[in-house]
Design a protein around this ligand. Structure first.
Ligand SMILES: Cc1cc2nc3c(=O)[nH]c(=O)nc-3n(C[C@H](O)[C@H](O)[C@H](O)COP(=O)(O)OP(=O)(O)OC[C@H]3O[C@@H](n4cnc5c(N)ncnc54)[C@H](O)[C@@H]3O)c2cc1C
Ligand SMILES: NC(=O)c1ccc[n+]([C@@H]2O[C@H](COP(=O)([O-])OP(=O)(O)OC[C@H]3O[C@@H](n4cnc5c(N)ncnc54)[C@H](O)[C@@H]3O)[C@@H](O)[C@H]2O)c1
Length: 453
């Protein structure tokens, strides 16, 4: 018989969203139990955003150094993975140790429990032999894990996911990447810049298929320059691994080989074994659907990747804030997903917010499109090598506001900030056109795109 403890809130999963929610609720004076079975902080600091962006920083430094000839003299670049692996180990992850994060949560007054939590009834959670009854309710923040497609031959091979790449101390000579989305492309470009021979296999007919076609073209051109072979519109039909080599047979009949195979074919919510059936929810659901206050059912909130509203750290933080305010009865704005930003950290960076042109047309909006090319802008011209990119703005002609935008380029993820404000605040296009954009900046190309509307 498990011992039972009464508390205010139990937070299941202390990744980005859960750690934020649990910490804030504890700081507000509630008795909070935070349960985590792996590392407090979750995917982002240990195997996601932070280490992979340390990798892209390193890859971009190599690419910039290779751009010196013709700009600033000559350069000789000898890539070495050791400092990248060391930074990830020592600066980003403490060698995958979460002591600092656990202490931070406990320091806020939270009660930390290491283990796998399952819901055993309304407001009730079990972790091993311990049982908790949460008076105010539960927050589920269990995140997502890599999807492993059921390709014959794949199971049982030593394929890599994002976790294994981030932990790599040395790089392979050749790498096959299954999936041409954010993870596949960011990591492919880094690897190629460190001298790995990379082949990307993407099932849809273009890379970064969720974004604008212009983004796919920009990324494809950049990856080709880095020597990456990108195969689109093909599916992996069979995988074999022998004598240290993967062989992937493709739908059009050919076979590609590589020392390592990275699976980057999307993420699935961690809902298995969570006990959703004990509170009347569908245990087979893909995500935990919520209302605008992140309520998934009575006294149950869900935040982060697990909600399916966008698998990004900023979305997990945003949703945690809404759930916390709701639990504490503080009011404030509920969830609004119209200006959801996202950045793919390839070079060029692909920053985007709100709707793509196709999504806007499918929604029946009176679509107007403005486009400007970065190399043709003053800053692009000055920048020279590495200036590829563009601004694309999507307007609702009836309302006279932007509903979406893409900013691709050397600082695409930074430039998209201005566009996020425009979409979120529904700034009138006339006001945006009358805005003074500093010269010579990359973001000044927004003004050029707006003139085309
Ligand atoms: C390679 C990669 C790169 C990324 N780069 C970026 C980026 O640049 N920018 C960005 O915004 N996002 C990025 N992301 C996405 C980002 O990491 C996620 O959106 C973010 O981590 C989601 O936070 P979360 O709290 O919802 O889930 P997670 O971080 O996945 O945390 C969930 C936690 O719950 C725990 N858990 C699950 N089930 C249980 C249970 N039953 N009991 C106890 N604990 C449990 C897990 O162990 C985990 O620690 C990247 C992701 C990957 C994989
Ligand atoms: N910079 C960032 O913010 C960042 C970086 C990495 C990941 N993330 C988050 O993590 C999520 C997951 O990333 P991801 O790249 O794994 O997923 P994704 O959904 O972005 O891309 C997966 C790609 O794999 C393709 N695919 C699926 N099955 C396939 C198969 N069997 N054969 C060939 N191709 C196949 C899909 O068509 C898709 O293009 C992202 O959507 C994003 O939310 C964010």
């Amino acid at each position: 018989m498990a011992e039972e403890q009464q508390v205010d809130v139990v937070v299941i999963g202390l990744g980005v969203g859960g750690e934020e929610a649990a910490g804030r609720l504890a700081e507000a004076g509630l008795s909070v139990v935070g349960v985590e079975h792996t590392l407090v902080g979750g995917e982002c600091p240990y195997w996601g955003c932070i280490p992979t962006k340390m990798m892209t920083r390193a890859g971009n430094a190599l690419a910039e150094a290779r751009r010196i000839p013709g700009l600033a003299g000559s350069s000789q670049v000898r890539p070495d993975w050791a400092p990248v692996a060391r930074r990830i180990r020592e600066e980003a992850t403490d060698t995958w140790d979460d002591k600092v994060a656990v202490d931070r949560f406990v320091g806020k007054g939270g009660q930390f429990v290491r283990g796998r939590a399952s819901i055993v009834g309304p407001g009730r959670v079990r972790v091993g032999e311990q049982e908790f009854r949460a008076r105010r309710g539960l927050v589920v923040a269990t995140g997502t894990a890599a999807v492993i497609p059921p390709i014959p031959g794949l199971a049982g091979t030593p394929y890599w996911t994002n976790r294994r790449v981030v932990e790599a101390e040395t790089l392979p000579a050749t790498l096959l990447v299954l999936g041409g989305g954010a993870i596949g492309l960011e990591l492919s470009q880094v690897m190629a810049r460190f001298g790995v021979d990379v082949t990307v296999i993407e099932g849809s007919d273009r890379l970064l298929a969720m974004e604008e076609p212009e983004s796919s073209e920009a990324v494809s051109a950049a990856l080709a320059k880095d020597g990456i072979q990108a195969l689109t519109g093909v599916r992996a039909e069979h995988v074999e691994h022998s004598e240290g080599l993967f062989a992937v047979t493709l739908s059009e009949g050919s076979t590609v080989t590589g020392e390592r195979l990275l699976i980057a074919t999307g993420r699935a919510a961690r809902l298995d074994g969570l006990g959703l059936d004990t509170i009347g929810l569908d245990p087979g659901a893909r995500f935990l659907a919520t209302d605008e206050w992140m309520r998934a059912s009575d006294q149950l909130w869900a935040v982060g990747d697990v909600t399916g509203n966008g698998a990004f750290t900023h979305m997990a933080m945003y949703e945690a804030d809404i759930a916390v305010r709701d639990i504490l009865g503080q009011g404030g704005p509920p969830a609004d997903y119209r200006a959801r930003p996202r950045v793919t950290f390839t070079d060029p960076e692909i920053g985007a917010v709100g709707l793509t042109e196709k999504q806007a047309r499918d929604a029946g909006i009176d679509v107007r499109v403005g486009y400007s090319s970065l190399p043709s802008s003053s800053r692009g011209f000055i920048h020279g090598p590495g200036n590829e990119g563009f601004i694309k703005v999507i307007a609702d002609g009836d309302r006279g506001v932007l509903v979406g935008a893409t900013s691709a380029g050397p600082s695409g993820g930074e430039v998209v900030g201005a566009l996020s404000v425009a979409v979120k605040a529904a700034v009138p296009i006339d006001t945006l056109r009358a805005t003074i954009w500093a010269y010579p900046t990359f973001h000044r190309a927004i003004g050029d795109a707006l003139r085309e509307l």
